[in-house]
Design a protein around this ligand. Structure first.
Ligand code: PLP
Length: 252
């Protein structure tokens, strides 16, 4: 079985972060390995507390996974602090080249910030990534651009590539109307449209899309095919969300 290495935060509710990534890996018949970068406490009131894990302890976790098994692909989600960028880049570079999807998690949908440190610190990790997957607010923050139109999305995606990302997938869930995701691979733009599934308060949709792309890349798909398949997979999961008696809905 191929291994998907997820590097990210622990959301004890299982709505987002590593526990959610594990579900996505299983759906792709991959074995999920997880390196915890941050602990969080969250629930009906959103994120009430979080704390990054000491970088030396993150590196130790990473070494255990990388030297224990061949990793087919890597997904990086919540880092908590940009102080983790350098040790992660160093640790990952030592292993053989594998696809890496970076979901630049800056905050929760409930509004809390989930990253401390200057955003420019993310650049070395972006350079290592096969794909960076910001949503529109994250793209705006990373590029300092205002994003309203599709032309704005394309301009900012180009900026992010100029800053070192090999390819950029701008998730369209935060835009009005049907969610159109835009992929820029440095040569051309691809648009992936889907009809919007009307569900409220679903956790972890951004995580799921980025992780599904990482799975597909790990299974050997080329980038546009991986994104297209991941998008169809997310739409299908959005059609089957469930609640656990609280405020949020969960992806199956
Ligand atoms: N907690 C963790 C560990 C995450 O990785 C994320 C997002 O990636 C969140 C919380 C926020 O998730 P959401 O925006 O779905 O509330």
């Amino acid at each position: 079985m191929r291994v998907l290495l997820c590097i990210g935060g622990l959301d004890p509710t299982g709505g987002a972060g590593l526990l959610a990534d594990a579900r996505t890996a299983w759906h792709h018949e991959m074995h999920p390995a997880g390196v915890v970068t941050a602990l969080t406490a969250q629930g009906n009131k959103g994120v009430t507390w979080w704390e990054p894990v000491d970088p030396a302890k993150v590196v130790e976790q990473l070494s255990g996974v990388l030297f224990g098994s061949p990793v087919a692909a890597v997904k990086v989600g919540m880092l908590g602090t940009t102080a983790l960028v350098e040790p992660l880049v160093e640790g990952l570079r030592r292993s053989t080249q594998m696809p890496l999807v970076l979901d630049p998690v800056l905050g929760a949908s409930s509004g809390e910030s989930l990253l401390t440190g200057p955003l420019s610190d993310l650049v070395p990790l972006m350079r290592l990534a096969t794909l960076v997957t910001p949503n529109r607010p994250e793209l705006a923050a990373l590029t300092g651009r205002e994003i309203n139109t599709m032309a704005d999305v394309q301009g900012a995606a180009k900026d992010l590539r100029d800053a070192g990302a090999q390819a950029v997938l701008v998730k369209g869930g935060h835009a009005e109307g049907p969610p159109v995701d835009v992929l820029f691979d440095g040569i051309r733009f691809y648009e992936f449209a889907a009809s919007r599934v009307e569900v409220q308060n679903v956790r972890g949709t951004g995580c799921a899309l980025a992780t599904a792309v990482a799975c597909r890349l790990g299974l050997g798909n080329a980038l546009p095919e991986a994104v297209s398949a991941a998008k169809a997979y997310l739409t299908q999961r959005l059609e089957h969300t469930y609640d656990l008696g609280g405020r949020h809905r969960y992806l199956p």
